[in-house]
Ligand binder design. Structure first.
Ligand SMILES: Cc1cc2nc3c(=O)[nH]c(=O)nc-3n(C[C@H](O)[C@H](O)[C@H](O)COP(=O)(O)OP(=O)(O)OC[C@H]3O[C@@H](n4cnc5c(N)ncnc54)[C@H](O)[C@@H]3O)c2cc1C
Ligand SMILES: *[C@@H]1O[C@H](CO)[C@@H](O)[C@H](O)[C@H]1NC(C)=O
Ligand SMILES: *[C@@H]1O[C@H](CO)[C@@H](O)[C@H](O)[C@H]1NC(C)=O
Ligand SMILES: *[C@@H]1O[C@H](CO)[C@@H](O)[C@H](O)[C@H]1NC(C)=O
Length: 422
């Protein structure tokens, strides 16, 4: 039993808070009412229930769920969170601005309404500008070398309309994205373009490639696209992008995820079983790290198969311990020259993240562990917190594993306390 305790790197308050969150999330008794309360809080127009208006509610949420998953409400708080994560040993953070443009049902039904001349200005003012502003601020908050994540759908109706029709970004959005990319490139911050629902993803893939081509250098990525391994078509999209990167002479930025829309996306586009998704994830990760085609990542054409593999910058975004261990085993062979980062959501799978932190330090490994966090006021973060609550419920076994790991860690600390006292 001399296995090192990875969670020993966490401050006690984190252990206690994680234990509480995981206990609630894995309790059949406590979870349903908690979810119901959070749904109301995330979607209310009543000022008494709005955490940004009700100081008591805000205080409670801020100290518990908010602290578990979010970075802070302002630059100072965000900075403190980043510093404490780096002190633990994380490479850094992936920051995302929490505020979401909320469209009414009528607006959702009529996405093209932003195309009429009279409405364009209003859509730009109320939807694109706030999104761009928030994202620019996030890029300024992120330390050089760290990441900023962004969702195009956050930019409102013009973005949704263009993506669903697979059109290029409309003019105002295009200039906003250029400003964001230029600021990121000049600060040394890297940008992650999130993958979303299938109805929009081909459009997002096009935009990702467009900006990778424009801003990535031959040896490193400023912009990363997100590739969802649960899709049967993931390998085809990725190999087309790899071919484009090789021809264009730029490094492809690949954030590899399993995929978050299992419940909403057309089922036939997704692998039939979890095992198939796992096989694809690990296979694509291996191909990228080794820069070698394999069964899971096939070349786009035969000629491509014999051409040199382009440079890739890789983010392995996963809470799956087996996937992390497999990738680490490949990296520890020492022959890998790809730029690799691991990432987990803040507040989730800390046992996996901390194991990464404790095992990669010192070793000749270039990979570093990052935590993904949103920032914004407590009210702005409620929708994000609700999604995390549902994810914890849907990944019940992992939530239980997390709870048990936190319990064991707490017990270990108590025991070692007595050990010292004796
Ligand atoms: C930093 C970060 C950024 C992310 N960004 C995005 C993003 O931009 N877009 C996005 O879509 N996701 C994104 N994700 C992934 C998503 O949020 C989930 O965290 C992820 O899918 C959970 O899988 P896992 O790799 O942690 O492993 P696990 O918990 O081992 O796998 C669970 C996943 O497996 C897949 N799966 C489960 N059951 C089945 C089944 N029966 N058949 C086929 N597949 C199945 C699903 O994708 C499910 O989410 C991101 C994750 C992280 C950590
Ligand atoms: C949010 O509230 C509105 C009414 O105020 C309701 O129509 C909608 O379904 C709610 N959404 C969620 C996710 O609860
Ligand atoms: C955008 O940023 C400017 C300053 O940079 C600020 O004055 C303005 O209020 C912001 N607008 C929104 C909608 O956030
Ligand atoms: C890949 O990056 C290296 C530097 O890390 C560079 O020397 C090389 O030219 C790049 N390869 C391609 C194909 O651009």
């Amino acid at each position: 039993m001399s296995r090192p305790a990875p969670l020993a790197v966490l401050p006690l308050t984190n252990v206690l808070r994680s234990l509480m969150t995981a206990t609630i999330s894995s309790s059949p008794l406590l979870l349903p009412p908690s979810l119901a309360i959070m749904s109301v809080l995330a979607n209310t127009s009543n000022p008494v229930l709005n955490p940004d208006r009700n100081p008591i509610l805000r205080y409670f949420l801020k100290k518990t769920f908010y602290a578990q998953f979010c970075a802070g409400e302002n630059a100072l708080e965000v900075q403190r969170t980043i510093d404490s994560l780096k002190k633990i040993g994380f490479g850094g953070v992936m920051l995302c601005y929490a505020k979401e443009v909320v469209l009414t049902e009528a607006q959702m039904k009529d996405l093209a309404s932003c195309e009429t001349d009279a409405a364009v200005e209003e859509c730009v003012r109320n939807e694109i500008t706030p999104w761009a502003n928030g994202t620019m601020e996030t890029v300024r908050l992120a330390p050089p070398g760290d990441f900023v994540a962004l969702k195009f759908t956050g930019a409102g109706r013009q973005a949704l309309h263009a993506l669903s029709e697979r059109l290029p970004p409309p003019a105002a959005l295009e200039s906003a994205i250029d400003s964001i990319c230029q600021l990121a490139a000049s600060r040394g911050v890297r940008l992650l373009f999130d993958a979303e629902q299938q109805a929009l993803q081909p459009g997002i893939d096009d935009w990702s490639l467009k900006y990778m081509r424009k801003y990535n250098t031959p040896d490193a990525a400023v912009v990363y696209g997100t590739y969802q391994a649960y899709l049967k078509g993931a390998s085809a999209v990725l190999s087309q992008h790899l071919a484009a990167a090789r021809e264009g002479g730029f490094a492809l930025g690949v954030k590899l995820v399993r995929g978050a829309y299992l419940g909403n996306d057309p089922r036939h586009l997704i692998h039939d079983s979890k095992a198939d998704t796992d096989l694809t994830y690990d296979g694509i990760a291996e191909a990228l790290l080794r820069k070698q085609w394999n069964a899971q990542l096939q070349p786009h054409t035969e000629a491509e198969g014999s051409a040199a593999f382009p440079n890739v910058s890789v983010v392995l975004a996963t809470h799956n311990r087996d996937s992390v261990l497999k990738a680490q085993a490949i990296l520890s062979e020492g022959k890998i020259d790809a730029d690799v980062a691991f990432a987990q959501l803040q507040g989730m799978a800390d046992e996996v993240s901390c194991e990464l932190v404790t095992t990669s330090s010192g070793a000749a490994e270039k990979a570093r562990a990052y935590k993904y966090l949103v920032w914004g006021s407590t009210g702005e973060c409620m929708k994000y917190l609700l999604r995390r609550a549902y994810e914890n419920r849907d990944a019940m076994q992992r939530t239980r594993d997390g709870r048990d790991a936190m319990r064991t860690e707490l017990l270990r600390r108590v025991k070692s306390l007595f050990g010292l006292a004796r």
